[in-house]
Design a protein around this ligand. Structure first.
Ligand SMILES: Cc1ncc(COP(=O)(O)O)c(C=O)c1O
Length: 359
């Protein structure tokens, strides 16, 4: 795209990369009193033990100090079974993506993405001025396009950014598939974004010591119910982690999030129970959609894409009017709406409203 777009008078010329980017639309406001099935968050909330822990440990003094991460890193390293030198704490996965791009991607570097996928990969890659190539998910089931991706990897490819399972398709690849990508993309930072790991169970973390080009991210925004606090981790071999740390702002993770994460990983039962509930609700959702005659894509995560034909936007709007939020994805997969899976009770309510709207 050209960089000589006409700017309004008095506006300072930004970098070309910023000028050419499409703006990202964050969530609409006024979501708190609605059934939030639009952003794949935990639909119940964080573990009460996290709130209790924060009540006990947040003091005037702790809030006045710059964050210290030693205790959090020790607890999380033990939880994930990795050395404290093998990961950084991040301000959500979004910062993990940003730090990875800032560490490895120069202007015009070749970055491979899949389509459709999580919007922030393109966002940060475009911001860095990368040359982006995209490999489409494979129709008709939107399955992971392993062979096509392998074919697209070049010796000059500097990053391959993959969500596994992917948002919004809900589809995933196996650990063996990931290994084939790592073996081919030898000169690239390969990010496996495991934001929905808890619902799927497949992880690339055990491959960390075998592949120096592997980066794995995890978030506390989804199953853990900590989206408001913005907390995640980015794992790699310690040689890479040194450079990631160098490219990261020193206090990007706030103390409240760092404290909360320690309490969150201690309450394993809470997460296990929530995941079990979501997986049961996902089955209920499949049955409900089938009863309504609505086609859907099978998912490995806490959301499901369904086909609303040419009614995706009106259905989203009518559900919102009834207090149920879902996400239109028809702009990237024709006819598709994405619904987050919460509890069975929440999915029963969704199905009942959808049933009325669908008729
Ligand atoms: C694949 C994927 N990665 C990352 C995120 C965002 O994670 P965080 O809240 O940790 O930045 C999302 C959120 O929708 C996602 O779908």
């Amino acid at each position: 795209m050209s960089s000589d777009l006409e700017l309004p008078p008095g506006v300072l010329q930004p970098r070309d990369a910023v000028l050419n980017m499409a703006p990202y639309s964050p969530p609409t406001g006024a979501r708190a009193d609605k059934l939030r099935l639009d952003f794949n968050e935990n639909t119940v909330g964080v573990s009460p033990k996290v709130v209790e822990y924060l009540r006990q440990h947040l003091t005037e003094a702790t809030l006045a100090m710059y964050p210290e991460y030693t205790d959090t890193k020790r607890d999380l390293g033990a939880f994930f079974g990795v050395d404290t030198d093998d990961f950084i704490l991040t301000n959500g996965t979004d910062e993990a993506i940003q730090v990875l791009i800032n560490t490895y991607i120069d202007d015009r570097a070749d970055v491979l993405l899949l389509r459709p996928s999580y919007a922030m990969y393109r966002f940060y890659a475009e911001l860095a001025g990368a040359t982006i190539r995209e490999v489409p998910y494979r129709p008709p089931k939107l399955s992971f396009p392993l062979e096509e991706l392998l074919e697209a990897i070049k010796p000059s490819t500097r990053a391959v950014l993959i969500a596994n399972p992917n948002n919004p398709t809900g589809t995933a690849t196996s650990r063996a598939g990931i290994e084939r990508i790592l073996e081919k993309a030898v000169n690239a930072a390969v990010l496996i974004d495991e934001a929905y790991f808890e619902f799927c169970g497949v992880t690339a973390l055990p491959l960390l010591q075998d592949y120096p080009n592997l980066f794995v991210s995890r978030t506390f925004s989804k199953a853990y119910g900590m989206a408001a606090m913005r907390f995640g981790c980015l794992f790699s071999q310690n040689g890479n982690v040194e450079f990631l740390s160098k490219a990261q702002s020193p206090y990007s993770v706030n103390s409240v999030a760092a404290m909360a994460a320690r309490a969150a990983v201690r309450d394993k039962t809470y997460i296990e129970k929530y995941v079990t509930e979501v997986l049961a609700a996902r089955e209920l959702l499949y049955v409900g959609l089938e009863t309504l005659g609505i086609p859907y894509y099978e998912s490995k995560a806490n959301f499901v894409l369904f086909q609303a034909g040419d009614r995706a936007i009106p259905i989203r709007d009518e559900l919102r009017r009834r207090g149920v939020l879902v996400r239109d994805r028809s702009y990237e997969i024709p006819g598709c709406v994405r619904v987050t899976v919460g509890t069975r009770e929440q999915i029963r309510r969704f199905l009942s409203e959808l049933g009325e709207v669908w008729r």
